[in-house]
Design a protein around this ligand. Sequence first.
Ligand SMILES: [Zn+2]
Length: 179
Amino acid sequence: MEMLSVRCNHCGAPLEVGEETRFVTCQFCHSPLEVKRTDSSVFTEEVAKIARNTEQMAGSLGVIELQNDIERLDREWMASNPVTFDKNGRPMGEPGSGAAAFQMGFAIFFAVVCFGMAAAMSNFGGGMMAVVPVGMGIFAVVAGIMGIGRAGQYQSRKDAYLQQRAAMLAQLDARRRDP
Ligand SMILES: [Zn+2]
């Protein structure tokens, strides 16, 4: 086989390559080289493809990382907000603001009844005993307010979680379209 003399495109060292050789590694600087031929000359070019491959690999690593991040986010959300199931195996539902508002309405109704009872008790000489229904009414209202607060906190935490998740998904899509 006829040998051709070329120079390394990276370090300029003289190299001998076979007539049909397309790829060669420079013995001096270890650059991967592609042997290119025109009608009048033979020369080498550093293989840029390897760099591209590395970039692509970094891109898909980024995708995997993002996927892991999303999974972790989901896991953390599930761990801090476990879904409870009723005895029929249906999810019990989250502390929604609707349920909290209903509870609050009931608490107010209950409190009105309690205060009415207290008023009646003191009218009929119940004296200190009237404190009991007053306390119950106040307790019910406070519990209702706390329920609304909890539902609101849950909603804002959930919004933050979903927002973060959507942002990560968008990033993932972008990464997949253009690695
Ligand atoms: Zn070289």
